[in-house]
Structure formats: structure tokens, C-alpha cells
Design a protein around this ligand. Structure first.
Ligand code: KIV
Ligand code: ZN
Length: 514
């Protein structure tokens, strides 16, 4: 039996820090449930002191999730640690993750502290976190650019103070695989009490090396990998969970460890995160890209048909491809609908939300013969996002004629008051957005507009993602419908509903940042 490799998912914390990837509480809950179903070991649910919204999300997830440890991030400050402990109270299993920067550039320019002061602050913080739980992780922020000598000193001290997981973040994605692997080996070798802790990786992808660095660390004794679905994360992102997991699984001849993941959930999780954040997955992305298992060249197709392993090192179905089942149809009843949502891990908060989702399902089933799991996911995304709507789409009429400017006539209700207007545009979507904007006057800029088909065929639902910006605040909106102009209007309104009630993420000044 090989060692267990702990999978620490930080999609909801570091992933959410990607510009434009902020998620609502309900969206975070859906991702947390999907991660639990995939059997990740630890879910980093957020940074509780960052905002009341973050606190609330961590608190709710801590109560809801039973089969994973739920973790909250805290700077090495008492107020952060107390806040994280409060948010995690009641969790079946909780971890407090304390960090402080250890590189010269961070200590001098950001913290304005000497290495001795940083060491003392780290030790005090770990002792405080240990008053709440035995499960305390320490991160030496920017470890990739810290001196091994200082890392050895501070890590020995925090292990003595009670930290049981030691994370070595390559915060700026600067290290190379060999170098990062050697750093892990050196720390484990030189630190006298290193056997009392599990060493962990947290690699950013600025040079495209996050997965390679994480795997090099595993080869040198790290037994926890911090990663995110689709590699979401600050700037160029983090190590992609699906790539780390499949490398370890596929190269069992090399890796002395295994994960506990249900790998068949990978594609579902990837789609969910992409759908919620509006960040598309590039077609050639390893494991979860649409082309990851598609063979185009004749010689490859011929080889695979004759003997699968000629060109395939993994099986698509092992990561959850081709499991998009036709589940329900026009005649399916409310109970079958509820049951399938349950099987998909989708929890609707109230009977009212279930009723709304079910009526939408019936409308969809009238337009589309076969309803697949992905259709249900999109439908529920729509239902959940409309729970807070103060701007609602009442009706949309579009007129398109060759040689004429497309026209849209939109009726929306704003805080219960119906208003209508018409507008022309360069296309039906442009006309629709212009009409909505004339009524709402949101003063936002459209940064991204994307359309994807959810399933195949001309009766498939189109899934539209939009990203809006207003005074530096960025949100994503999603909408799905068999009519892509209606899907576009829904996505636009979804984003407007979010951006017109922004949740501030603000940290107190002067004590560092993530
Ligand atoms: O990148 C980083 O250093 C982090 C730490 C807070 C773990 O995200
Ligand atoms: Zn990070």
C-alpha cells in the first residue's frame, strides 16, 4: 500500500481570487457539494475575515459538509484566527490555515518586519490557532523566493508550536520543478522535527509550471497538494487538481502515493466551476478540455480503433466523460425531477425554489425532447441565480430581417415595476443589451460575452456567459435557454443583479494581504 496524497482544494479561496471569478454563497455551496462528492480531503472554503460574505460562506459550508475537512484562511493575526475559528465552529472536521510571508522582498516591503519579528508572530499565531483545533496548517508565503535557512528556522519553530501541516507556497510561480523538489527534500531533511508535520505544495502557474512543480514536490516527500479545479487562481492560476490527480493515477509506476478521489466526478466539477465563474475551459486543456480525448489525425484514429492504448494513456470515462445521461423527458414528474437533482448533488433551499425549477424544467421539456444532466445543471443555475433578482426579464421580442437593423423589444421589471423599451443594434443580442441598458442605466462595461452549446443538436440549450465591470468591481452572469438571445438577456440580467449589489472584499490595511 502506498502513502495517501492529501488533496486540498482551494477553488473557493485562491480560485475565487482570480479577477472576475467571485462567486455567490449559493454558487460556493454547489461547488463544495461537488468537491465532497469527488472526495477531496480538504476544502478551503474562504478567508473569513475578508468580508461578511466570505465569513458566511465558510460558516455555511462548515455546517453542510460532513465528509471533508473544511478549512478557513487567516493571516498570522489574532483577529483573523479568531474569526476563522468562529466561522468554522460546528464543522465535522475543521482546519485553520495561518500564513505569513517569509521572503525578504515581502518581509521588508509589505510587512516592514525583521525575520525575527516574523518568526515570533508566526509562533504566536500558531499557538493561538491551536487553542481552537489540533488541525493547524502553516504557510510560509512566497517560500519559493525565501532563503532555505530562514525557512528551516521558522518551520522548526511553528512545528514546535503545534502546526501539523507545513505548506511551501510558490506564491509568484517563480520556481522550476527540480529546484522546488529539492527545496522540499532539503526542508524535510534539515528540520529536526519535520517528521511531526505533513509537507504541502501550493504552486502558482505564472511560468506554466504549477503542476510540474507540485509533482516534483510529491516525488520529494510532500504528501499534500493544494490545487484548484481547472487550475483557477490568482493571475495565471494554481495547479489544476485534475492534472495532478490524473498524473498520480496514470503514473503509479513512478508515484509512491495515491489519492482518495472519485475521479469520475472530475469532468462534472470542471463544468460546474466553468459554468459558475464564466471562465471557459480551453478545448486542448488536459483531462477536461473538449479535445482532451478526441483523435483527429487518421493515423491516430486508426491506431485507437485497432488497440486503444496505441494513443491513449487514460480512459475518457475514468474522468467522467461520456456520462452525460439522458435523464428526464416531458412526462417526468416532480419526484423524478427532485430525485435526479439529489443524485447530481444539487440542493435547492426551499420548496418554492424546487417548484420554480420544476416549472422551468417543464417549459424546457416542451421545447427540447431529451433532457440531459448538463441541461439540469444549467436550469438549476438559472433558478438559483434568480432567487435574488430585483431586475427580472418579463418578455423579449426580437425582429431580424436580412438587410434591416435587428430590433429588440424588452420588458423587464425593476423592483417590481414593469418597464418596456425597444432598441436596435448590430445584431439581436446587441439590440437586446442596448434596450436593457436604456432601462437600467447600469453604467457597466461588458468585458466578455461567450456562448456554448450545453448538449448537441440544434434544439440544444445555449449557455451564455457575460462579464461586467463597474468601477473596478467585476462579476460574471450566466443564462441558459434554447433561444440564445433569451439566454443572453438572462445572463446579462444575472450579472446586473450581482453588480448592482456588490459585496466588498476588504482587508484591514497594514498587515499584509494574500
Ligand atoms: O499563494 C499563496 O502564497 C497563498 C497562501 C495564502 C497559501 O495563497
Ligand atoms: Zn495562492
Amino acid at each position: 500500500m502506498t502513502d495517501k496524497l492529501i488533496i486540498f482544494d482551494t477553488t473557493l479561496r485562491d480560485g475565487e481570487q482570480s479577477p472576475g471569478a467571485s462567486m455567490t454563497k449559493d454558487e460556493k455551496i454547489r461547488i463544495a457539494i461537488a468537491l465532497e462528492k469527488m472526495r477531496v480531503d480538504i476544502i478551503e472554503a474562504g478567508f473569513p475575515i475578508a468580508s461578511p460574505g466570505d465569513f458566511d460562506a465558510v460558516h455555511t459550508i462548515a455546517h453542510l459538509i460532513k465528509d471533508c475537512t473544511v478549512c478557513g484562511l487567516a493571516r498570522a493575526l489574532s483577529k483573523d484566527i479568531d474569526c476563522a475559528a468562529k466561522a468554522l465552529k460546528g464543522a465535522a472536521s475543521a482546519r485553520i490555515h495561518v500564513f505569513i510571508a517569509t521572503s525578504r522582498v515581502h518581509m521588508e516591503n509589505k510587512l516592514h518586519k525583521s525575520p525575527d519579528q516574523v518568526l515570533e508572530q508566526a509562533v504566536t499565531a500558531i499557538k493561538r490557532a491551536r487553542q481552537y483545533t489540533d488541525n493547524v496548517e502553516f504557510s510560509a508565503e512566497d517560500a519559493g523566493r525565501s532563503t532555505p535557512e530562514f525557512l528551516c528556522r521558522i518551520i522548526e519553530a511553528v512545528i514546535a508550536a503545534g502546526a501539523r501541516t507545513i505548506n511551501i507556497p510558490d506564491t509568484v510561480g517563480y520556481t522550476l520543478p527540480e529546484q522546488y523538489g529539492q527545496l522540499i527534500a532539503l526542508l524535510r531533511e534539515r528540520i529536526p522535527n519535520s517528521d511531526k508535520a505533513i509537507f504541502s505544495t501550493h504552486c502558482h502557474n505564472d511560468l506554466g509550471l504549477a503542476v510540474a512543480n507540485s509533482l516534483a514536490a510529491v516525488m520529494n516527500g510532500a504528501r499534500q497538494v493544494e490545487c484548484t479545479i481547472n487550475g483557477l487562481g490568482e493571475r495565471a492560476g494554481n495547479a489544476a487538481l485534475e492534472e495532478v490527480a490524473m498524473a498520480v493515477k496514470t503514473r503509479q509506476d513512478i508515484f509512491p502515493c495515491h489519492t482518495n478521489l472519485d475521479l469520475t466526478q472530475i469532468v462534472k466539477c470542471s463544468r460546474l466551476v466553468s459554468n459558475i465563474t464564466g471562465f471557459p475551459v480551453q478545448p486542448n486543456k488536459a483531462i477536461v478540455g473538449a479535445n482532451a480525448f478526441a483523435h483527429e489525425a487518421g493515423i491516430h484514429q486508426d491506431g485507437v480503433l485497432k488497440h486503444r492504448e496505441t494513443y491513449e494513456i487514460m480512459r475518457a470515462e475514468d474522468v467522467g466523460w461520456n456520462t452525460n445521461r439522458m435523464v428526464l423527458g416531458k412526462h417526468s414528474g416532480r419526484n423524478a425531477f427532485r430525485q435526479r437533482l439529489k443524485e447530481l448533488g444539487i440542493v435547492l433551499n426551499s420548496e418554492e425554489a424546487l417548484n420554480t425549477a420544476f416549472s422551468r424544467f417543464k417549459i424546457l421539456a416542451d421545447k427540447k425532447h431529451d433532457i440531459y444532466d448538463d441541461d439540469l445543471q444549467a436550469l438549476v443555475s438559472d433558478t438559483l441565480s434568480t432567487e435574488y433578482e430585483h431586475i427580472k426579464l418579463i418578455s423579449l421580442k426580437v425582429c431580424v430581417e436580412t438587410g434591416e437593423a435587428p430590433e429588440a423589444h424588452v420588458t423587464i421589471s425593476i423592483d417590481g415595476k414593469e418597464q418596456s423599451i425597444g432598441a436596435t443594434g448590430s445584431g439581436p443580442v446587441d439590440a437586446t443589451f442596448k434596450a436593457i441598458e436604456t432601462l437600467v442605466k447600469s453604467d457597466t462595461s461588458l468585458l466578455v460575452y461567450s456562448v456554448n452549446n450545453i448538449t448537441n443538436g440544434t434544439d440544444a440549450q445555449g449557455e451564455v456567459g457575460v462579464r461586467l465591470e463597474k468601477k473596478g468591481s467585476i462579476v460574471n452572469g450566466q443564462g441558459a435557454d434554447t433561444d440564445i438571445v433569451v439566454a443572453s438577456a438572462k445572463a446579462y440580467l444575472n450579472a446586473l443583479n450581482k453588480i448592482l449589489r456588490p459585496v466588498e472584499r476588504q482587508l484591514p490595511q497594514g498587515s499584509g494581504s494574500v
